[in-house]
Write a protein that binds this ligand. Structure first.
Ligand SMILES: Nc1ncnc2c1ncn2[C@@H]1O[C@H](COP(=O)(O)OP(=O)(O)O)[C@@H](O)[C@H]1O
Ligand SMILES: [Mg+2]
Length: 238
């Protein structure tokens, strides 16, 4: 079942038109991967869902309920966690403080349980609780950022280019964690990725966005074999 969908969505920023007639669905307990060249509108798709972009037409539906143009905090309250591309942690605060801040809206007695829950999924962070987040490696910082999003037990996680600038081995590790989130927590994930091939390997369903329009929707393996995909991604690599 689609947990989140856009129906004939047109959006952009102010008068600027970026997305054209986008029909996108993210099914429950699946990893939906969105790939496409720089500037294609991938971030704008997430921004449109989360109330950051301007909607020119169409609808955004979450759990059967229309949320088109709702404010970012309202969208967050419904259980949609958005980790923006440049989304980061508070470098001057410790790992623990970052987690506590992420849970600041929760009832006090729940916070500790949630921290324990999150550390159970990212055990590596246990050793870093007193360290300033700014001293973590790139990979560890991404893990902390995901942990912060998980503090509120979201229903769906929107991840925008979590693995950019990471060494290949770390890219794999972060993506393995995403699989674990799906399998252990039953989380629904929308994964926007620059590392298209690796992301498609873990995805359940895939979209290819080019110049603001959806060019492909289907099984990730099919997209990997798609002639346009190879062309675009070879283009990007150069
Ligand atoms: N905040 C913004 N205001 C105006 N234009 C924007 C903004 N963010 C992105 N754009 C424009 O929207 C288009 C799509 O960008 P974006 O969604 O960031 O693409 P992608 O994430 O696929 O690289 C680009 O032409 C970009 O310049
Ligand atoms: Mg982007």
């Amino acid at each position: 079942m689609a947990m989140l969908e856009t129906v004939n969505l047109y959006s952009g920023y102010g008068k600027l038109k970026v997305l054209f007639d986008i029909n996108f669905r993210a099914n429950e307990r699946e990893i939906t991967v969105v790939v496409g060249p720089n500037g294609a509108g991938k971030t704008t798709l997430l921004n449109s869902i989360c109330g950051v972009a301007t909607i020119h037409g169409g609808r955004v539906v979450f759990e059967g309920r229309e949320i088109t143009g709702e404010s970012p905090h309202k969208v967050a309250r419904l259980g949609i966690a958005y980790l923006p591309q440049m989304g980061n942690v508070f470098s001057e605060l410790t790992v623990e403080e970052n987690l506590l801040i992420a849970g600041y809206l929760l009832p006090k007695r729940e916070v500790k349980d949630r921290v324990d829950e999150v550390l159970d999924i990212f055990p590596k962070l246990k050793g870093f609780l007193r360290r300033k987040a700014g001293t973590l490696s790139g990979g560890e910082r991404r893990m902390l950022a995901i942990s912060m999003a998980l503090m509120r037990r979201p229903k769906i996680l929107l991840l925008d280019e979590m693995t950019t600038d990471l060494a290949p081995i770390l890219v794999k590790k972060v993506l393995e964690k995403v699989v674990e989130l799906r399998d252990r927590l039953g989380l629904t994930v929308v994964l926007v990725e620059q590392h298209a091939k690796l992301a498609l390997e873990i995805g359940d369903w895939a979209y290819l966005l080019v110049s603001g329009t959806m060019r492909f929707e289907g099984e990730p393996e099919e997209l990997l074999k798609h002639p346009q995909f190879a062309k675009l991604y070879l283009g990007i690599a150069r």
